[in-house]
Write a protein that binds this ligand. Sequence first.
Ligand code: FUC
Length: 810
Amino acid sequence: MAAIDAPFDINRREALAAGLAVMTPALLAARAAERRADERLWYRQPAGAWTEALPVGNGRLGAMVFGRVGQERLQLNEDTLWAGSPYRADNPEALAALPEVRALLAAGRYKEATDLASAKMMGKPIAQMPYGSLGDLLLNFAGAREPTEYRRALDLASGIAATRFAEGAARYTREVFASHPDQVVVVRLEAAGGRLDFDLAYRAPRVVATPREQFAEGTLPQGVVATDWLLRVDAGALPPDVTIAADGAGAILITGRNVASSGIPAGLHYALRVVALGDGRIVAGADGLHVRGAKAVTLLISAATSFVNFRDTGGDAIAKARAAGKAAEQQTYAALRARHIADHGALFGALKIDLGTSAAAALPTNERIAGGESGSDAGLAALYLHYSRYLLIASSRPGTQPANLQGIWNEGTSPPWGSKYTININTEMNYWAADPAALGLLTEPLLRMVEDLSVTGAQTARDMYGARGWVAHHNTDLWRATAPIDGPLWGLWPCGGAWLCNALFDHWDHVRETALLARVYPLLRGATHFFLDTLIEDPKGRGLVTSPSLSPENMHPFGSSLCIGPAMDRQIIRDLFANTLVAGRRLERDDAWLQQVEATRARIAPDRIGKAGQLQEWLEDWDLEAPEPHHRHVSHLYAVYPSGQINVRDTPALIEAAKVSLRRRGDLSTGWATAWRACLWARMGEGDHAHAVLTGLLGPKRTYPNMFDAHPPFQIDGNFGGSAAILEMVLQSWGGELHLLPALPSAWPEGSIAGFRARGGLRVDLAWRGGRPSALTIQGPAGMSVAIRHGAERYKVEIASSGRYTRRWT
Ligand code: FUC
């Protein structure tokens, strides 16, 4: 891969000057090379640690590909393989304790309120179920030697992970992809001038401890890309509930069970089927698969569990895995590959971005990340955005589970934080970039999850609060548990469901389909009902507030986080009520009730500016005395981003207060918290500050060699939040306006984006040079008026009958 040198930059500038106009063949070739550098992860060594392996996924099935020479390791996941079985955790004792906890909080007796809430208001069990792993397939190659010309890569545009190397005169190629249309993970092995001799073994799901140092900030063992070509792991003995049997010619079927957790019994079966197709001799049996003397072999991996929905585990895992495997067997490798590329490419190709390039673009990905904090590798941000789009395509498809804390990729049965859905920021952040990055379709699993939560959460609302509607606290899992967990300092926060509702409304606002609004409205209505019944008058008369609650997950100066009316709750509920009003009125429903919602909304306690000029995190002016001034959560800044309640146009005083708060919090934090800070500085119009924070995210302290976000440990939200920040720097849509280059950092003076989606059902292409727009195309409904803002300039344009508006700057 040649470095992009100076002459190219001149051509590039010319091309950008002409918008996206005609290009010379040389320029086209140079741009293609540049694009490949922005759309490919590659390495000179196989993966040692799991966070060096490359992920593939079809939304439901995932694999981590290690690219090892002597033993290929494929660590597998299926997105419904969680611990436990259907359960409810609602604690009916909460109802009686509720007035007393409120009274203690009103009296400022925080410790007693916390003790009582801890004893009476927490879910039973107090932990939810963790996501699991499907184990590993290990391909043990006979007689493997140290290779030459080794390279492994993940091509984001085709969704194919490839490993290539030579041994003597023989050349080996392995391709791995997870096909959505065919519901199989496909592994193709080819030997040119050599032969394939390998045994395939299965390693059952197991407890994998995340090394302690991976939890401590700034102490990541970085850049450890293994060079041990022949490294092998031991499959170990199979647990008694795992079976392996032949399943027809060249096929094996592996079956097993999930695990119990926190007293909730195991209730799921899983099935994993592998079939080997190819030349040579292929033998399948209870000891695995054996391939001898082959030139080309295709492995088709299918898997399923007995999960049907959060109440029903009566599915037939074996039948599902077998059906997918046998259907795929009917196709050639070329056909499977072509169908996969067409399906993946249709989603991946919907957005293009060019932020410029540098010599670093020619380096292997781990080396680019190692230098990420310098901020001089502009293409690294584009690669990061493309990778996060790839990750969403691979972990969230219509019909699958939503992306959890690790998307779908998880090594063992004991992941950090259960690899669950933490809905006080992390799950919402997973979907922040989906719509703007032209992947709004992939939010569908979130909609179905909220539909489930509106059922389980109605029981929680009734039994624990005596309220109508539904509520979800700070976490949920496959079984859609909604009771408060972990302890009152984290769990007793009633706004998780409401925030998810606002995310669904934002998705609707990008696509503006009435059928979608009709599906979202009952969820908004139910969440609103809960707050109509549970908001109370602030004892000091400042308006309506939640109680008990907390500002996730930050302690106030009185030894607890439990409090009355934290800012984030008031902001989320204001949005929820506003969204309910818009949706209900558009659908012409519930007129009288909506008037009540509107009147109640007006009484919610407003945002407050405290003694340091900061936006108050709590109803009381406690910020300066709070014990963790650099706390990772910046909950009270929800109103700035992802909401737009506080913004640079309408509420300048509150924006200044938000800046005071954010400066006090500091720039760098955990991966996701750093991404949020970058989004906030971008939304507040401070591009260079946003970029400085972003480079901290892209460097080795917060990004693993495989580009997974490091909390640490691995948590995927930072990948998605980081790409939302990159987009926010070049285009924003809020407050009824499209904002051009609202926070463009000086590091990206020239570039282009094509396919950005803005609110109102708009598609936007923008090129810029010298930090100013050079070409703009907006596609949308003919006749629609679009309000545009660039710096101090504001104007309205109309979409022509062709469905386009175009402008070029000279
Ligand atoms: C919240 C955050 C943590 C972590 C966890 C999964 O509890 O405060 O940092 O991201 O979710």
